[in-house]
Design a protein. Structure first.
Length: 276
């Protein structure tokens, strides 16, 4: 099918200070990634254990306690029991979008979630698995409502495509859905909201369906509302309620990853509260 040209914001009138801000945003993005790696599991607990090793010769008993503490935190964060408990608190107030919200929204905004870089089977950069989950639900909502799509996500590293461009390609080639707007300058959720607002405000659009993961929705909603949007949350990938089993006490890489994601959202919400 033939695609209509994607609409991009006209940057000719953007002040010079805003252009300079892009480079500082990259530095801020890198700094936030480094802090996240050092604080969240597994980085945080490993740093605690390294501290214990450094103190081993001079403060043997204390260093053993520090090592044990770091190991305990790493174990706890790696168990489904802790992971599910933290995740349930992250998205406990997030609900499926209602039909009334679907009817009243003027556009659908899909947030990026990373790239699968230099995918050999596709011959180029494409979207990650997490991004595909968001794209799939955005496509579902588009087919249900006919509302136009905006995809948002920049190029955090030296990749051929931005996250937004990769999402556009996936939607148009694999889902047969035309993307109306691309926002490809953002490096974080706050940027997603700010630059998306620049595009949609020019179209007179304020009420949007916001598509992201359920655990990410509380923070994303705050950022988009702060940018001036009337946000109708359209979350995907809810955590299924399960009874506790013996396997929930066994560590796994999946549980550790889920814990890190949830804790990152908690840190993001805390930072939002401090900075506003």
């Amino acid at each position: 099918m033939l695609s209509r040209p994607v609409e991009r914001p006209n940057c000719a009138g953007i002040p010079r200070l805003l252009r300079i801000a892009d480079s500082s945003a990259v530095a801020g993005f890198i700094a936030s990634k480094i802090v996240t790696l050092l604080v969240l599991p597994p980085g945080g607990p490993i740093l605690i254990m390294l501290l214990g090793l450094c103190l081993l010769r001079r403060f043997r008993m204390f260093s053993v306690c520090v090592l044990a503490f770091g190991l305990l935190i790493l174990y706890a964060c790696s168990t489904p029991l802790v992971s599910n408990s933290i995740r349930s608190r992250s998205d406990k107030d997030v609900v499926v979008v209602s039909q009334a919200d679907l009817d009243s929204a003027a556009a659908i905004v899909i947030l990026g979630a990373g790239l699968y870089v230099d995918a050999p089977e596709y011959g180029e950069d494409t979207i990650s698995g997490s991004a595909l989950e968001r794209v799939r639900y955005g496509a579902f909502l588009h087919r249900a409502t006919g509302k136009p799509l905006l995809v948002t996500g920049g190029r955090p590293s030296n990749t051929t495509l931005s996250e937004a461009e990769a999402m556009q390609k996936t939607l148009e080639k694999e889902f047969g859905i035309v993307v109306r707007w691309i926002e490809d300058r953002s490096l974080n959720t706050r940027d997603n909201a700010y630059y998306s607002r620049m595009i949609l405000e020019a179209e007179g659009i304020e009420k949007i369906l916001l598509v992201t993961h359920a655990y990410h929705m509380p923070r994303a909603r705050k950022e988009f509302e702060r940018a001036g949007f009337d946000v109708l949350p359209a979350p995907t990938k809810f955590r299924a309620e399960q009874s506790v089993s013996y396997f929930d006490f066994l560590p796994s890489a999946g549980a550790l990853n889920s814990t890190a994601h949830s804790l990152r959202e908690w840190l993001g919400l805390a930072w939002y509260g401090i900075s506003h």
